[in-house]
Design a binder for this molecule. Structure first.
Ligand code: ATP
Length: 381
């Protein structure tokens, strides 16, 4: 891996003795778009504040280009920040908002230089021609562009963005996601972006850092995070998942619902309890006679390109996404290919429909299990 531009080494943060971040080890490459993704309160903003210098970690070190910067104040770091609330100067027009930081630079910049840089930056954020507009007359999206131009005009090497699109409506968010990616590439600098929105993270990032409970759960590309989640929390937070309790009798075989299924995972202790994660879009619906499991459709929601259906397998409800409509109350069979069954180390997390540990116990007495998904089964009925 290319040398890290920013490195957090074993950082922790506590407020009044309450530990809110622990064991944070993270390397951020130069010119990457990295997103801190996680639910409210997981420590994203605190991590950003440690990088920006607004908070000092209670333990650990922060490095920039190999130099320890724990004691360097924010304005001396090569970093600038854009917040969700635009914090524009409402008494100044767009031009003066963007020029504001440039006017504080020592030695003083010439008016011609200031104009050149403000114009360049307004072009980058597609606000050419807005120079004289009163900033309070702008739409939310336009105000956020001004805030970004104002942060970028000082040419930081890293831009920190804390939920910058949070106040915008869905359509505008989508437009701005593309814009931000374009701006990051045009400026050729590092963006560190905070969001709780997994779609946003998947759409924009080179690297996603999934956080929960003050700890990093997984670091990877959007594809890695979605296709190879390391634990049930990541699987459920990034995309939707059905998560069941299982055990691993041997490599390549996982047991859940009292049956054995082929899978591609291994490396667990014999009969180790595991979380089994199945994505709703990976489940094939087949006639009941051809299914390895049989269930009843209890809920249907039309989503435009597909249906979300809830299928009840003896009290255990799965979300399945399908383009074929099965009527409410229909009995359906499902098939599961080995590469659609993701086996993970057990975490305390219990998934979108709650904790189902009681379900496995209910079926512990089913002993005539078969290996593989294509064999006939009388399991579900
Ligand atoms: P959100 O998405 O809601 O902004 P977050 O993931 O950014 O959440 P943080 O703002 O980093 O989370 O907060 C992490 C935890 O630290 C929370 O429990 C929060 O209440 C706590 N916390 C943050 N700042 C302080 C502070 N100054 N004093 C006390 N507790 C704090």
């Amino acid at each position: 891996m290319q040398n890290a531009l920013i490195r957090l080494a074993d950082c922790a943060m506590a407020f009044d003795g309450d530990v809110v971040l622990d064991n944070i080890n993270l390397e951020i490459r130069d010119k990457e778009f990295l997103t801190l993704l996680g639910p409210s309160g997981c420590g994203k903003t605190t991590t950003l504040n440690i990088i920006g210098g607004f908070k000092k970690p209670t333990r650990g070190d922060v490095f920039f280009d190999g130099v320890r910067i724990n004691d360097v104040p924010p304005h001396k770091r090569h970093v600038n920040t854009v917040f969700q609330k635009y914090a524009l100067f409402t008494h100044l027009n767009v031009y003066e908002n963007v020029a504001f930081g440039l006017r504080l630079v020592k030695p003083k910049l010439s008016e011609a230089e200031i104009e050149r840089r403000v114009t360049e930056m307004l072009d980058v954020v597609s606000l050419h021609g807005f120079e004289r507009r009163d900033s309070s007359s702008l739409s939310g999206g336009q105000q956020q562009r001004v805030a970004i131009a104002r942060a970028l005009v000082l040419k930081p090497r890293v831009l920190l963005l804390d939920e910058p699109l949070g106040a915008l409506d869905l359509r505008l968010r989508k437009d701005m996601q593309n814009e931000l990616k374009r701006i990051q590439q045009a400026m050729d600098i590092t963006f560190i972006y905070v969001t709780h929105d997994q779609e946003e993270a998947l759409a924009m990032s080179d690297t996603i850092v999934v956080m929960d409970g003050g700890a990093i759960q997984q670091v990877g590309s959007p594809e890695d995070i979605y296709n190879e989640p390391q634990n049930a929390f990541v699987a459920d937070f990034v995309g939707e998942s059905n998560i069941v309790d299982g055990t691993m009798p041997q490599d390549g075989v996982v047991e859940f619902f009292g049956r054995k299924f082929k899978c591609l995972d291994g490396g667990f202790a014999p009969n180790e309890p595991v979380d089994v994660v199945i994505r709703p879009e990976d489940v094939d619906i087949v006639p009941p006679g051809a299914g390895v499991l049989i269930g009843t459709v209890t809920n249907i929601t039309f989503k435009g390109v597909h249906y979300d259906i809830i299928v009840d397998f003896h009290g255990f409800k799965w979300l399945i996404q399908t383009t074929d409509l099965s009527p409410l109350g229909a009995k359906i069979g499902i098939k599961l290919d080995p590469d659609c069954i993701h086996v993970m180390k057990k975490s305390k997390y219990s998934g979108m429909f709650g904790d189902y540990s009681s379900y496995s116990a209910e079926y512990d007495d089913i002993s005539d299990v078969s290996v593989g998904i294509d064999e006939d089964t009388d399991y579900a009925e």
